[in-house]
Write a protein that binds this ligand. Structure first.
Ligand code: NG6
Ligand code: CA
Length: 512
């Protein structure tokens, strides 16, 4: 383990002094150097318009608002990708997901798609002496090539890529198997009732949404008609593992509890907690204490549930007296979607709520609502509260935190992640030179300054199920986001030089 004194220059006293001018506080810190804890909480499919701190008026998120009020709230932050698996892959590996095959939306029995030889962000924290955990939605696969065997200790798991502890939902809550995995073992599994999972054909004789629609309590609108678990038809077929099945209403409570327990158990050590909530992904199943509380139907209710989760984590930090020295990042993995496959009345009950704000597209899309995300960083000891309007991408979190920890990244590690520490802390308002995003069809776009270029694509203009505008078009697209944030007018023909410069820059990034 490194000597703590080597971290001193990286506790951002210098950056802070300019902001708050509190020299005595800084000296006090220097007397007791401690590595900051890091909590990275990634919500699922949460839109930039879903939080009151980002202007939502139909739903109130007081805990996330408090986090934003006490931290740096980004208004121009992006995920690398408009779906979950690639977005999370980019964050944890620091490599653009489109550089690797098999980084699309992973089935529930996918192999671990991060190579165990890869030095992940969690590995970096471990090397720095942190204790690390992954809790909640995972969606990066588990087990060897050929798929996951849920009936024995699953290897490799997150513990082979830098996490000391895991308590995870293997994929998404709409994909089988509907079980938690703790340190490689399915929680509560009866060995006499082994689990079988398939994504190509029916296994076992449990009812499916297709054959027994009368048994479902939440009807599908698209897909989602395979095995019924807890009255909800899922993607994929499973049988067995009855005693291990989760209860959808309790998932937020279970994973919040696991996260809190991890924090409490490691309050005296530096820790890194990566937490993925299932909220607000479909199926949206709030606990009864949130059901009906938002007035916007279940989608609104699970936003309240998510806000509660954030509040619970914050209260835990407060009660342990460790909030000041904890970097708490809150964001979404991709943009919002309203009907994502179940008839949950999300659209009918919107009541004027705008998850996408005024941005075009949504989850899956190359347009802004696909990847523009809420992004908040609170660190009372290191960040003066404010709004950060600079361009920022999640791909840069890894290298930025490496700089914070004074952790050298060897060549080839986190290859696409750039040090944007001052951007991350809000002291550099110039932001990154450019950022690159990916849609569901691997169409790439690049933003530099006010300009956004979307490369030509022959893929469909609308996503098949959700009818989301994908941003795919056979001709190059160019938008000036400063005057046209809703990407209404493609000005590529009027600015051939811009198109050329940005397409060349994008090609350079691809080839680098
Ligand atoms: C889609 C699913 C959608 C969701 C998504 C993954 C259908 C019709 N749609 O294929 O419901 O599960 O995959 O979402 O099956 S993500 O946020 O995890 O990337
Ligand atoms: Ca997602």
């Amino acid at each position: 383990m490194r000597h703590l004194s080597s971290l001193l220059p990286f506790l951002p006293g210098a950056a802070l002094l300019a902001g708050c001018g509190n020299a005595s506080r800084q000296e006090a810190r220097n007397d007791q150097p401690r590595k900051p804890n890091v909590i990275y909480l990634i919500a699922d499919d949460l839109g930039i318009g879903d939080l009151s701190c980002y202007g939502a008026t139909k739903v109130s998120t007081p805990n996330i608002d408090r986090l934003a009020g006490q931290g740096m709230q980004f208004t121009n932050a992006y995920a690398t990708s408009s779906t979950s698996t690639p977005s999370r892959f980019g964050l944890l590996t620091g490599m653009y997901p489109w550089r690797q095959q098999n980084t699309g939306i992973a089935p529930g029995n996918s192999e671990l798609i991060i190579d165990t030889a890869c030095v992940t962000m969690a590995d970096m924290f471990k090397e720095e002496g942190y204790v690390t955990a992954a809790v909640g939605k995972w969606h990066l696969g588990l087990g060897p090539k050929g798929g996951t065997d849920f009936n024995r200790r699953i290897k490799p798991n997150t513990q082979d890529i830098g996490f000391d502890y895991e308590y995870i939902i293997p994929a998404t809550v709409d994909r089988v198997p509907c079980v938690f995995v703790e340190n490689g073992q399915v929680v509560g599994l009866d060995p006499n009732d082994p689990i079988t999972v398939s994504y190509d054909h029916k296994v076992g004789n449990w009812p499916t949404g297709l054959e027994n629609p009368e048994l479902v309590k939440m009807k599908p609108s698209q897909g989602h008609n395979n095995t019924i678990i807890n009255g909800i038809p899922r993607i994929g077929w499973m049988t067995g593992g009855k005693s291990a099945l989760w209860i959808d209403e309790d998932i937020a409570d279970v994973i919040t509890d696991k996260a809190k327990n991890f924090i409490v158990s490691h309050k005296n050590e530096a820790f890194f907690l990566y937490m993925g909530t299932q909220d607000v992904h479909v199926p949206r199943v709030p606990h009864p204490r949130f059901a009906g509380k938002s007035g916007l139907g279940v989608r609104g209710d699970v936003i309240l549930q998510l806000d509660w989760t954030v509040g619970e984590i914050m209260h835990t930090l407060d009660s342990l007296g460790i909030a000041d020295n904890t970097i708490f990042v809150f964001c979404s993995d991709n943009g919002p979607v309203i009907d994502d496959g179940y008839q949950d009345q999300a659209r009918e009950l919107l009541n004027g709520h705008t998850p996408m704000k005024h941005y075009r597209g949504g989850k899956y899309s190359a347009f802004e609502a696909g990847t523009r995300i809420p992004f908040i960083v609170r660190w009372p000891e290191g960040i003066k509260p404010g709004k950060q309007q600079a361009l920022f991408s999640m791909i840069d979190v890894y290298a930025s935190l490496a700089t914070l920890l004074n952790h050298p990244l060897q060549a080839g590690i986190a290859p696409d992640s750039r040090d944007q520490l001052n951007n991350f802390l809000g002291t550099d308002t110039a932001g990154c030179d450019y950022i690159v995003q990916q849609n569901l069809n691997n169409t790439l776009s690049i933003i530099q300054g006010d300009w956004k270029y979307i490369e030509p694509s022959d893929k469909p203009a609308l996503e098949y199920w959700t009818k989301t505008e994908m941003g795919n078009a056979p001709k190059p697209q160019l938008y000036n986001l400063s005057i046209d944030p809703s990407e209404k007018s493609n000005v590529a023909e009027a600015h051939p030089d811009k198109v050329k410069a940005l397409s060349m820059l994008l090609e350079e990034v691809k080839e680098s």
